[in-house]
Design a protein around this ligand. Structure first.
Ligand SMILES: CC(C)(COP(=O)(O)OP(=O)(O)OC[C@H]1O[C@@H](n2cnc3c(N)ncnc32)[C@H](O)[C@@H]1OP(=O)(O)O)[C@@H](O)C(=O)NCCC(=O)NCCS
Length: 247
């Protein structure tokens, strides 16, 4: 039986272990002011996590086998959702949801390695599909917080969703502004600023504002030597996706 199958078989036991681990208040601090707010983390390891909610009908769902450390979730408003899917790993992340109907959805097996901030306002979403990795000091903001006006006084800076599609790697100090949409199997270079939708996968996006600087590349977390592929090493470069996009 593999380690994964073993964990699933004894899920209830693992869940009990997680609950006991998360019990001391210094590991998991919750302050809620409002009605019908739901916080669930039945089978996740939490350490120095604080959740502060002011409003009604909000949800914070942390799914199984996630590890969330030194993380702060603040919700000011109603009907907001923070969903951290299975096998999410977060270290020093801040989530801030302001106004109503915002969603932060890290769908499955996403890793965020360092101090990074996620802010949503005005009913927008930040979605990370799956298997992505984000380095430290990154910022994801679906809105500008303040208004940009034309000279007749109409507001022109609409808040918009941010999407990071499957298996993308976001380098250090990247900023994703409203409307950023990063294709699957992308690499976002250090310090890039993204403000729009990009359509081409298997690329490096770099600069301010970000542009494609390299095509036909993928990435892997496993460090292998430059040059020949080592014997017995199975490349994670995803054949299925490549065939789909290059047909
Ligand atoms: C994106 C990255 C991986 C690309 O590496 P690479 O494939 O070896 O690419 P190269 O160094 O050949 O660069 C390709 C081009 O992009 C440019 N470029 C690379 N990184 C850039 C950056 N951060 N900003 C602007 N341009 C950049 C290079 O100048 C080069 O331009 P040229 O073709 O005009 O000479 C690397 O530059 C990077 O930013 N790494 C981030 C590392 C990180 O944050 N790690 C944290 C751990 S999670």
């Amino acid at each position: 039986m593999t380690k994964k199958e073993l964990i699933f078989k004894y899920r209830n036991l693992v869940s009990l272990g997680c609950r006991l681990h998360n019990l001391p208040s210094r590991l998991f601090r919750v302050r809620v002011k409002g009605k019908n707010n739901r916080i669930e983390a039945p089978c996740a390891l939490l350490k120095q996590v604080s959740i502060h909610i002011v409003g009604n009908n909000n949800q914070v769902i942390i799914e199984d086998f996630s590890q969330i450390k030194n993380t702060k979730i603040t919700i000011c408003g109603n009907n907001n959702v923070v969903h951290l899917g299975k096998r999410t790993y977060l270290f020093e992340v801040e989530f801030f949801l302001e106004d109503d109907h915002n969603v932060i959805d890290l769908q499955e097996h996403n890793i965020i390695m360092g101090p990074s901030k996620f802010s949503t306002i005005e009913g927008t979403k930040i979605i990370f599909e799956k298997d992505s990795m984000c380095s430290s000091e990154c910022n994801f903001r679906t809105g500008d917080s303040h208004c940009v006006l034309d000279l007749e006084g109409h507001r022109i800076n609409e808040s918009r969703d941010i999407i990071l599609r499957e298996h993308s790697w976001v380098g250090i100090r990247v900023t994703c502004m409203k409307g950023a949409d990063i294709p699957h199997h992308s690499i976002v270079a250090a310090c890039a600023v993204l403000t729009k939708r990009y359509d081409e996968p298997f690329c490096v996006l770099a600069g301010v504002p970000a542009k494609i600087v390299k095509r036909g590349v993928d990435w892997s977390m496993v460090r292998i030597p430059v040059g020949d592929i080592p014997q017995g090493y199975v490349s994670p470069v995803n054949q299925e996706w490549k065939e789909r996009d290059y047909q």
